[in-house]
Design a protein around this ligand. Structure first.
Ligand code: NIG
Ligand code: FE
Length: 388
């Protein structure tokens, strides 16, 4: 069954060979979907005959957002902590413990219902691929169940047993690292593709982080790293050294960190929702882009540091406060996220790619930044199926 979406005023393909500029923009475009894939893409006047047609009536189109960093297997809420921050308290990694207690106390059904709720919320805002992590269980049983639940509902799953040192191990962090790299890893590896670690003061230092990533790699997981969020540290350099797919946050960078990101193939994933919700300094996207690094934008959706599931909101912040142009931000939220997940079948609209796309109630993708806070996403196809 083939469907043509016609009369798209301007379509971002992210394939420069298909249209103008780095976004491969096509005017008066049409997309033909066959099954779960894109079968054809071009101008509406040249579109081939199909079984069905949907008239976009001049709306803009773009690839569905690829949110490559979220923490959605959790229970409870941290409104009180957010309120305290907005009255001047500062953010620290220790808040994670509140969510760990609530998550351990929740049933599988409660965790699953919560996850599904936020996935739907993300989809309504144009997200068609989402990565999520464990990290609020911190026991072998609770980490493995988080990953099982995540794997049942999301595309990309990351083992983050090394989010913080579990409260039971407060006096013996090395014993916790041994658990994360031993028995817990054995139970978790079958459910995940990625291994992550929060390399930060108050969480794990460079040596501990390296041990976690190397152990994960030996079990077939590919590294990604929470790096340089709250201050300078070894996270970014470590990520590049171990060949991580992504270094995430990248808020506090030295010139050497920027050079490392620009010369390796580790994507710099920026998470402006976290700086917004912790009133922290913005990551400098301009500096990374000018140095030649690949940049992704993601939500980091979690109940502590960034409780937004909205990629359009992150795009608006990146344009307003991080030195990105609207084109760069849209690229980072689609193709950038795909690069951070080492995926070539998503994040762009080309024949053979997955039919994941969104239409906006706007004449172009630039309105995502130009009209912040406005729910512009008006239709979504995911794997070729109309999902909104
Ligand atoms: O990416 N930085 C570590 N983890 C999350 C925060 C988790 C939390 O505060 O619950 C983050 O910002
Ligand atoms: Fe995170």
């Amino acid at each position: 069954m083939s469907t043509a979406i016609i009369n798209i005023s301007s379509l971002v393909t992210n394939d420069p060979s298909l249209g103008e500029g780095p976004l491969g923009l096509i005017r008066d475009a049409a997309v033909v979907i066959d099954g779960d894939r894109i079968a054809w893409i071009g101008e509406t006047s040249k579109a081939p005959a199909t079984d069905n047609a949907v008239d976009a009536e001049g709306r803009a189109g773009l690839p569905g957002f690829v949110d490559s960093h979220s923490h959605l297997v959790f229970a409870g809420d941290r409104t009180a902590e957010f309120n305290a921050r907005m009255s001047g308290r500062s953010y620290s990694a220790g808040g994670i413990r509140t969510t760990v207690a609530a998550t351990r106390a929740a049933t599988d059904e409660e965790l699953e219902a919560n996850l599904v709720r936020y996935l739907r919320e993300a989809l309504r805002q144009g997200t068609t691929t989402l990565e999520t992590k464990s990290g609020y269980g911190l026991t072998t049983h609770d980490e493995a169940r988080a990953l099982r639940i995540a794997a049942a509902h999301t595309d990309e799953v990351t083992y983050l047993g090394a989010h913080i040192v579990a409260p039971e191990f407060a006096d013996d962090p090395e014993a916790y690292v041994a658990l994360v790299t031993g028995e817990m890893l054995d139970a978790c590896a079958p459910h995940a593709r990625w291994v992550d670690v929060f390399c930060e003061r108050g969480a794990f230092d460079g040596d501990q982080a390296r041990a976690v990533l190397e152990a994960g790699r030996k079990r077939g997981l590919t590294p990604r790293v929470h790096a340089n969020q709250l201050g300078h540290g070894p996270g970014v350099q470590l990520a590049v050294e171990v060949g991580a797919a992504s270094a995430d946050h990248c808020t506090h960078l030295t010139d050497a960190d920027v050079d490392a990101l620009a010369s390796g193939d580790t994507v710099a994933t920026l998470l402006p929702g976290a700086e917004f919700s912790t009133r922290a300094q913005w990551p400098n996207a301009r500096r990374l882009l000018d140095a030649g690094a690949t940049v992704a934008l993601s939500t980091d959706c979690n109940p502590g540091s960034s409780f937004t599931s909205s990629m359009p909101f992150c795009i608006a912040l990146a344009v307003r406060d991080m030195g990105m142009t609207p084109d760069e931000a849209v690229l980072a939220a689609t193709a950038g996220g795909a690069a951070a997940l080492r995926r070539t079948d998503i994040g762009r609209l080309t024949p053979g790619a997955r039919a994941d796309l969104a239409l906006l109630d706007a004449p172009s993708h630039v309105h995502l930044a130009y009209r912040p806070g406005v729910p512009l996403v008006s239709a979504v196809w995911r794997r070729g199926i109309r999902a909104l």
